[in-house]
Each structure stands twice: as C-alpha cells, then as structure tokens.
Design a protein around this ligand. Structure first.
Ligand SMILES: *[C@@H]1O[C@H](CO)[C@@H](O)[C@H](O)[C@H]1NC(C)=O
Length: 417
C-alpha cells in the first residue's frame, strides 16, 4: 500500500515520518482517500491482462486502490458443473490486487445470469437447491477468505418495479434464497463486508425501495448485510446523474437502515462517436456522482466498470453507444472528464486521510418487513425512459412511456429509449 511504500522510502532516506504525510502521487484514488473514502477502483478482466500498457495503468494505485473481477468469480466460471470448482481465473485477479496492494471487491455469488444450465435446468427441489446454493457460496467464499474487502453476495434480484425478479432461486426457494445466501457467506468469511448489488437503484424510486426492502429482509432473518452496491451504469445526462442531492437523498435512505453504500460499476455511456457537448455533460455527470458519494460518509468507495473504452462492455451490449469511461480507447485520459473527477474529489490537503467509515453491524431489525411481492407477468404500467422493458426472464411491464421505444440491448436487457 502507498503509506507503507512511503514509510519505506522515508526510512531508506533516513527521514522521520512527519505527522502530515505527503501523498506519493495525485490521482483519483489518492483524492478519494483524502476525501475519507476507502478507495477509487476499476473492474478488470482476465483477457485484458496480456496488455501490458493497460495493466500498468490499472496497477497505478494513485488512480486505482481497488479492483473488481468483471467475470471470473461468477458461477459459470467458478462451478461450471456440479461440485467442480475452477478458481484459476479468479485467482489471477486476486493475485494482481495483492501484488499491487489494492483492495479486492469480489463479484458475485448469486446471480440469475452467467449461471450454468445445470443449475437453471436441474429441476431441483427446494432443499436440494438450497444445499447447492450454500455449497457454492461456502466453497467460493472460503477459497477467497481474507482477500475480499467486499463480496457482492446477491446481484440483480429485482425487477424495475421493485418486485423480485423471477429466477431459479426465487422460483424454487422463494425470497428466503437471499438471506440464506448472506448467512452462508457470513459463515465462510466473517470479515468480508457483504453487499447486495443492483442497477437502477441510484435514484429514489420503486427499485431503490425494493433494494431497501432486501436489506430489511436479510436483517429480519437475522443474517448479516453490510452494504448495498449501486452499479451506476448511467447514460450521459440521464437519471442517476442529475443532481448531488438526488444521490445523497437516495443513499441516505440506505444508510438509515444501517448499511454502507458503494458505487460499484460506474460508467456513463453516450452515442458514439461522442459529441463535444456529450463529453462536457459526461464530465459533469461523473463529477455529480463523485460529489454525491463524497457527501455521504457511509458511501465507502467507487468503482468504474473498467477504466478505458478499449475494454468497456458497452459497445458490445448497447449498439451505437460507448465512450463511457474516463480513459479513451488508446488508454489516454480524457482530460475534461478526468479533471472534472479530480476536482470533484477535491484538491486534497495532503493530510492523513480521515478515518474510513466503519461498517458497523447494527442490531438485527426487529420490525417485521413485508417482502416485496412478485410482479404478475407482464403486469400493467408504463416503463419510464431508460427503464427495462424486456429481455429473457423479464416479467415486468413492457409498455414504454410515450416518446420512447423499447430497444433491445442484449438478450437479457431491453430498455425504453
Ligand atoms: C424452502 O425452504 C426454506 C428453508 O426451509 C424455506 O424458508 C422456504 O420458504 C422454502 N420455500 C418454499 C417455496 O417452500
């Protein structure tokens, strides 16, 4: 870690550490830390790690104090067939984080997508699927025990209207699969912070309320949940980036339940090629997200979903869109965007960072919480602009608000644009 490196350098020079330590280098992470956060980080993936210029940028801890494996800790990679565990790719990312002195956000244990067909189509009964779920979680969390700052335990369990997404776990076990997953993860690594992670929960609304209900549900079962990850796959100028107060109001609704929040998969896409006006707006939007997190003590950190457009998932999934990240396809910083992000974190004072917020575990909730109901298939209602309107497994409304069209992003996701 940087402070250790500084100490070693100072020691080598025969200097004594002053109470106000200089920062080794100025960057997004050092500024986030100076603002009281634990980290600013980036997702990465195994295929990119042969690109040495890319790895050098990722390993620059002035900018990135944390990394998240994009795919290699997901169920289809880890347990492709029942009882066969494959940690090779996940280990590569975990080892890179350790070598660089970066925190690791481990992602993700229970998700309906990238789930092997032996799970989805196995026809398991409730007790058997619970044992499969627990076995998967126990095995994987034990393998990475002590290495994960956070675990995204359950990912994307909600529909846009805040009801539970139907998937094999929900259909077979019911909502109990969520607290069962958290309890299994907590038992396997008591020191990892356990997160629920989802998209379109960055602004107040039905889905954000649904995520708050998941926090209450897990606590009502007596299981531990430490935080909620707001993915923040945003669109230039759209919901989720409009105002700092919108961010803080929504984040405070979660922290009031006794959990931390983190921005876990931030990118802000636009039509490509990006216009100058779009880049200007994008710089503002990134700054708004940072200011929102900065203003909430229990917003512990922020992760962008890779740092360069060269390896962004956006163009392959949202046709005609991209340019979503602060570094361009040639690994160059986009000056306007990067500078806006740096300014938003603040110039920093060079003082020792304030204590990071502790993820205190409040007493489990004693109030009984009504679990969100499942939406009836293709239930009525209109999907707002940017909302999900279709995709495999989608049971929510499909009618887009006037002036927008339901547009396919990929097989799993269509959106009103
Ligand atoms: C499955 O079993 C669990 C644990 O006993 C229980 O909480 C849950 O309600 C059951 N689900 C169904 C659909 O019966």
């Amino acid at each position: 870690m940087i402070p250790t490196a500084i100490t070693l350098v100072l020691a080598a020079l025969g200097a004594t550490a002053s109470p106000v330590e200089p920062r080794a280098a100025d960057g997004l992470n050092t500024r986030a830390v100076a603002a009281g956060k634990q980290y600013f980080g980036s997702a990465t993936d195994n295929g990119e790690l042969t690109d040495s210029a890319y790895v050098a940028g990722l390993s620059n801890t002035a900018d990135f104090g944390q990394i998240t494996p994009g795919n290699s800790m997901k169920w289809d990679t880890i347990e492709p067939s029942r009882g066969t565990f494959n940690y090779a790719n996940g280990d590569v990312i975990a080892n890179l984080a350790a070598k660089n002195g970066q925190y690791l956000r481990c992602h993700t244990l229970v998700w309906y997508n990238q789930l092997p067909s032996w799970v989805t189509n196995g026809g398991f009964d409730n007790a058997t699927l619970i044992s499969i779920l627990k076995n998967h979680i126990t095995n994987e969390v034990t393998h990475y025990k002590g290495k994960c700052l956070h675990w995204d335990v359950v990912n994307e369990a909600l529909n846009e209207d805040g009801t539970y997404r139907t998937n094999v776990f929900y259909n077979t076990i019911g909502p109990a699969y969520i607290p069962i997953a958290f309890a299994a993860a907590a038992a396997a690594d008591p020191s990892a912070k356990l997160y629920y992670n989802d998209y379109n929960i960055e602004a107040a609304g039905a889905k954000s309320t649904g995520a708050q209900n998941i926090v209450k549900l897990v606590k009502a079962y007596g299981a531990k949940i430490d935080g909620v990850g707001m993915q923040a796959h945003l669109i230039v100028g759209s919901t989720g980036s409009e105002s700092v107060s919108a961010w803080t109001t929504n984040m405070n609704a979660f922290t009031a339940l006794g959990v931390d929040v983190a921005i876990t998969e931030l990118d802000i896409r636009t039509n490509t090629p990006a216009t100058a006006a779009a880049v200007t707006q994008q710089a503002k939007d990134y700054a708004t997200v940072i200011q929102g997190c900065k203003a909430v003590a229990r917003c512990v950190g922020m992760t962008i979903w890779d740092y360069t457009d060269k390896y962004s998932w956006i163009p392959s999934v949202f046709s005609g869109q991209g340019a979503a990240l602060p570094w361009d396809e040639n690994l160059n910083k986009k000056a306007a965007v990067y500078d806006a992000m740096m300014s938003a974190w603040g110039t920093g004072t060079g003082t020792t960072p304030t204590a990071t917020p502790t993820a205190s575990v409040p007493a489990s909730s004693t109030t009984t919480t009504a679990a969100p109901a499942t939406s009836s298939a293709a239930s009525g209602g209109t999907v707002p602009k940017w909302g999900q309107c279709g995709g495999i497994g989608w049971t929510g409304p499909t009618q887009c608000v006037a002036g927008t069209t339901c547009t396919k992003g990929n097989d799993y996701y269509s959106q009103c644009l």
